[in-house]
Design a protein around this ligand. Sequence first.
Ligand SMILES: *Cc1c(COP(=O)(O)O)cnc(C)c1O
Length: 426
Amino acid sequence: MPESQTESEIQHFDNSDPLRPYKDRFVIDDPSIIYLDGNSLGRLPKSTIDVLNKSVRDEWGCDLIDSWNKSWYTKSLEIGDTIAKIIGAEEGEVIVADSTSVNLFKLAHAALNYQSDRSIILTDEFNFPSDLYIFQGLIREKFSDLKIEYLRSEDGVSISSEEIKSKITDQVALVSLSHVTFKSAFMYDMEEVTKMAHEQGALVLWDLSHSVGAVPIDVSTSEVDCAVGCTYKYLNGGPGAPAFLYVRKNLQDQLSSPISGWFGANDPFDFNLDFEPATGIQQFLSGTPPILSMGAIKPGAEMILEAGIDAIRKKSILLSERFIHGVTEYLLEYGYSISSPLSAEERGSHVSISHKEAGRIIKALMDPSIDGFKIIPDFRRPDNIRFGFAPLYNSFQELEVTIRKLKMICENGLYEQYDDTMPEVT
Ligand SMILES: *Cc1c(COP(=O)(O)O)cnc(C)c1O
């Protein structure tokens, strides 16, 4: 493996890939790096460098404080409107601010206040820990009568519709889930779950961090109440780029932000002593936004729109299916197993595999002395390796190299040369 026939098949996949030209629009200095971690930190679009240069040199360097009126003050909304197009929201329904965790705090707080006669926050055991910590903190600090209930998985990979149905009761105030879960890549049916929640009078708050820019999302059609998401994964907005939040238009003025800072006030430059919230989505801003890193979001988000989310999803499925096929065909006998849903409909854009030596296998994957390639996936302790497929810059060829290396590492016991200590950030 790969046989010559497979080789030409791969060529064919790459040659007929309509998104192939996009790879050239990213900074790829070292072609021996195979980057399969775009679900944690997306690559740098070349155009982002120019945007940032301009922002630093011209806007900050030359125009100084005038830049607030020229372009900075409206940037949170403007980039929010760009992201709105990616998630099927309308203008004025999305704004860029803070981190995903802080936005989740603001919106969960607002929704729980609104639903004060109910007692349950419903989430799942797959949710990103930060999301769970935020709910736990809200209960500790403010909503002490509420408790968290968790949807449970039977197979560690997906959550059944029956489980969801049985836990969404008329006591649930808020259903808050990651649309695509970070470990197994299980993807909820957003429309169906939102409908179930609404039938019981609950609000929904989706975390789109692992789905935005990778799978089609339509918050309007799905009648989603609230959502948050981060911009540095498939949107390629850069490390620590601020996150976004969405609130459906006719709910905006019924919810209120718990962080009533001046940027969320009606007229911040009135310097009024008493807070009066802005109308619309703007009230969910808190303080001065990080202008430089916020500016870095736009080129990546626009590239997603230009390529088209349907084309992106189509390639993502092809890549994932080929990868799963490769694992099934060549790797199961070496102790690997697949920890993601096998059906594309239930899967986001990454695939998790498990192996009891995962920690050491990753080190071998990243070691170019084995085959000339440094393959970067993502590791989740203790045994989980995640491969994120970013259709704008990953190729079919890269997958084949990865499968071949995963096989080689176990076939020849190559991982035994590495220890299993891990760096602080994995
Ligand atoms: C990446 C991610 C986050 C990140 O949260 P920050 O507060 O922006 O660091 C939150 N939730 C989910 C589901 C994520 O995947």
